[in-house]
Design a protein around this ligand. Structure first.
Ligand code: PLP
Length: 418
């Protein structure tokens, strides 16, 4: 992007969505002969040219294994990889790069915490509080830990609008509560629990807190120090970055105290058959050759976002959410799930008498990509007594015209199904 002439720089009075769209080559393509309308960024976002080019550049001119080589190319790759870690640190306001562990994604980061923090700090009878909004990635690792250790899982319900029930949360907290793991934004409904208050209350009973930021970090700036969460996790691919890379932020004193999650190269100080000494964090948790180019690509995604006005993005996404809620909400037989505010630009809905998969297929023929099904969040679907929904999730590059295209597509679905 030409930063000098870009209309998207900080302090730009208006968010120029057309200029942003030009940075995403895939948005110029067609599906079934129709212009692509991509409304599945909640599953995985599209990539700007800056990210695509950064990855190509690594493989074309800067690739070698890291931390090991004495030769220049390895040192260049190591610097770029560690540079990406420092970018993540600044992006989320962590105290030091040592608090940033690269993982495969949110899923691996949560498994790492459940397994390693669990092994060190939790025991049978300890209570872990989750919410009914959680993605399976923030449920199953705790169930695996329950099988291993005999911890007890408590679940905070949501109200009819999909809001996190703070009264029930308060009721669940007690001296046995040792850990709270909740999402910053529900991927299935878009609703946003008040995480700052949730963290404060958990700390009040001495529990540590993990925030699943897979969706949240995409839609708002995050400051882990201000939040005071103990762990924060997210995935690169939802943040306009590459797949295969994610982040675990952990407070230094906690990471220091946690045992390794996996063993192998790069996470040790010395190895003999009698005894192995582990490296300090973050290396302790990064066994084996990491996804080097993808970490550097995540750094490029962060640079890309830093080049935009995030408040302007948030305002743009709020306008998309309002337009979609109003336009879709007026379609007869269409029911939106998750109406509580605040919520991110995610609209989850059903249409009377039509299976979500049929809706998704018909929309696909109009060039519109939406997600259908349970969105890896079956408990919240069950809460509303439905097997699944259609989900339109918006990114910074979506437009009001695309909201209109979605609404017209849904009207077509209604015509077909009479
Ligand atoms: N948590 C939330 C809220 C999500 O939306 C997702 C993915 O959709 C995940 C966790 C899992 O992320 P990943 O598949 O990138 O590990």
């Amino acid at each position: 992007m030409n930063s000098a002439s870009s209309p998207m720089r900080r302090n730009a009075p208006v968010f120029d969505v057309e200029a942003v769209r030009r940075e995403f080559p895939i948005l110029g393509t067609s599906v079934h002969g129709k212009p692509l309308v991509f409304l599945d960024s909640g599953a995985s976002a599209q990539k700007p040219r800056a990210v695509i080019e950064a990855i190509s550049r690594v493989y074309e001119t800067g690739y070698a294994n890291i931390h090991r080589g004495v030769y220049q190319l390895s040192q260049v790759a190591t610097e770029a990889y560690e540079g990406a870690r420092a970018k993540v640190q600044r992006f989320i306001g962590a105290a030091s790069p040592g608090e940033i562990v690269f993982t495969k994604g949110t899923t691996e980061a949560i498994n790492l915490v459940a397994s390693s923090y669990g092994a060190r700090f939790l025991k049978a009878g300890d209570e872990v509080v989750l919410s009914v909004l959680e993605h399976h990635a923030n449920i199953v690792p705790w169930q695996l830990l329950r099988e291993r250790l005999g911890i007890v899982i408590r679940v905070v319900p949501v109200d009819a609008g999909g809001a996190f029930r703070m009264d029930e949360y308060e009721r669940l907290l007690n001296a046995r509560t040792k850990f709270v793991a909740v999402t910053q934004t529900s991927n299935a409904l878009g609703t946003m629990p008040p995480v700052a208050e949730i963290i404060r209350m958990a700390h009040g009973v001495g529990a540590a807190v993990l925030i699943d930021g897979a969706q949240g970090i995409v839609h708002e700036a995050v400051d882990v120090k201000a939040l005071d969460c103990d762990f924060y996790v997210f995935s690169g691919h939802k943040l306009y970055g590459p797949g295969g890379i994610g982040v675990l932020y952990g407070k230094e004193r906690l990471l220091e105290a946690m045992p390794p999650y996996q063993g192998g190269g790069d996470m040790i100080l010395s190895v003999s058959f009698e005894k192995t000494e582990f490296a300090p964090p973050p290396a302790r948790f990064e066994a084996g050759t990491p996804p080097i180019a993808d970490a550097i690509g995540l750094g490029a995604a962060i640079d890309f976002l830093n080049g935009l006005d995030r408040l302007a993005i948030a305002a743009h996404e709020a306008a998309l959410l309002d337009a979609a809620s109003a336009r879709l909400g007026a379609i007869p037989g269409l029911k939106i799930y998750g109406t509580a505010r605040p919520k991110a630009a995610i609209v989850s809905f059903t249409l009377d008498g039509v299976h979500p998969h049929d809706i998704g297929t018909i929309l696909d023929h109009e060039g519109i990509a939406v997600r259908v099904g349970h969105h890896c969040a079956q408990p919240v679907m069950e809460r509303f007594g439905i097997p699944g929904t259609v989900r339109a999730s918006f990114g910074l590059y979506n437009t009001i015209d695309e909201v209109e295209a979605l609404a017209r597509g849904l009207e077509k679905v209604r015509e077909i199904f009479g």
